[in-house]
Design a protein around this ligand. Structure first.
Ligand code: ADP
Length: 215
């Protein structure tokens, strides 16, 4: 015989949980933009404001480079030329990082996806967990402004890829060829939100926040 006294409260709990917390309450944001657009800077503010797990593929590669891991050695051969690291390597690294944070309130993807194959892989991987990309927010800025920003950053960051203008230009070429098509990809899903990336840092954070607050 069923113990109704024990089962009923459990049922009420179940109803409460399913009605008060929609299944997809996670906020997964892709922070999009050209090199130097300010993704890393803004991610620092947004991750604490919205309690998100920040995953920067550029930072992960640099961590591996610094620690001279096999992944770092491989990535270096591409990064030093201003090229993208191959998809299969980057996708695997990203998935490993996501799987380390199963209980997060959401992810802030910075520098990923950068190719259509990566965007497809991200969608498939999130769906396999019952999640999805909530929105892609793009920081927009003019190429020439960005090249100057990167050259300035290169003076202090120690990043080799920020110190040589031809390497920087190559990254923009990679962006135009491989990453720009993602704008259409996310627009088609109704998930693309462009934001003006020129202005004071705090001002840009509030532009980004006003998009996130509507999600
Ligand atoms: P940027 O300042 O160019 O936006 P990041 O710090 O995000 O640079 O990344 C530095 C480098 O790491 C890139 O130029 C690229 O070689 C590699 N990288 C980062 N993210 C990706 C990615 N999603 N796919 C392929 N390569 C990547």
């Amino acid at each position: 015989m069923t113990d109704r006294g024990a089962t009923y409260p459990k049922f009420i709990n179940y109803i409460n949980n399913t009605t008060q917390q929609p299944l997809n309450k996670m906020i997964n944001i892709v922070l999009f933009g050209k090199p130097g657009a300010g993704k890393g800077t803004q991610a620092e503010f947004l991750k604490s404001k919205y309690n998100l797990t920040h995953i920067s593929t550029g930072d992960l590669f640099r961590f591996n480079l610094k620690n001279d891991t096999a992944l770092g050695k491989l990535a270096k051969t591409y990064i030093d030329k201003g090229e993208l690291v191959p998809d299969e390597v980057t996708i695997k690294m990203l998935e490993d990082e996501v799987s380390k944070n199963p209980d997060t309130a959401g992810f802030l993807f910075d520098g990923f996806p950068r190719t259509t194959a990566q965007a497809n892989a991200l969608d498939a991987y999130l769906v396999s967990k019952g999640w999805e990309v909530t929105a892609t927010i793009a920081l927009e800025a003019d190429d020439e402004v960005l090249v100057q920003r990167l050259l300035e950053r290169g003076k202090t960051s120690g990043r080799v890829d920020d110190q040589d203008e031809s390497l920087i230009r190559n990254r923009y070429q990679e962006y135009n060829e491989k990453t720009a098509p993602l704008i259409k990809y996310y627009k088609a899903q109704g998930k693309y939100f462009p934001v003006n990336g020129i202005g004071e840092i705090a001002e840009i954070t509030s532009r980004l926040s006003s998009v996130i607050d509507t999600l």
